[in-house]
Design a protein around this ligand. Sequence first.
Ligand SMILES: C[S@@+](CC[C@H](N)C(=O)[O-])C[C@H]1O[C@@H](n2cnc3c(N)ncnc32)[C@H](O)[C@@H]1O
Length: 158
Amino acid sequence: MIGIIIHLEDRWNYTQSDRDIDVLQMYQETVRAFNVDTLIIIDKTTEGIVHKFIGVDTVYATYKTLKEALHAYPDVTKIYFEHENAIPAGTEYSPLNDLIHPKDNVLYIFGGDEQGLNLVEIPLEKDDKIVSIQFTKYILWSIVSMTTVLYDRYLKGK
Ligand SMILES: C[S@@+](CC[C@H](N)C(=O)[O-])C[C@H]1O[C@@H](n2cnc3c(N)ncnc32)[C@H](O)[C@@H]1O
């Protein structure tokens, strides 16, 4: 499995518009382009997701909490992505340049655009990794981070 976990927050779920359709469509088409087989959405929205996922090549799953999602994928390498400023002091992490991507059985995990990952609350396991993208000092949108990571995986796998 090559999987992605993203967080959808209320910011994107304006009930008067179909705004989550736009952003989830972008995730859907981007993961498809990079041959990701599983897209997991942590639905933090009050009203629920409007977008209906379609496509036969990708498995889509929705959970209310990251904890529940992680519970469903116990034997997978988990790589958490966060901006350096949001990584708690003293926590080990590496730059994306140094990441050797697992060939298979991996979950790339991104925080929500408002809240980020809040790494202090995530019970990290021995083989979990925290990685920071360092080509810019700016905090990136989650979908931009995801695309950067997937392109890095593509380049290193060539
Ligand atoms: C917009 S950021 C969250 C920002 C949050 N409001 C904060 O101030 O920390 C959304 C997500 O994109 C990813 N991200 C953003 N910039 C990153 C970077 N430089 N390196 C790795 N991940 C990054 C992380 O997963 C982050 O949780």
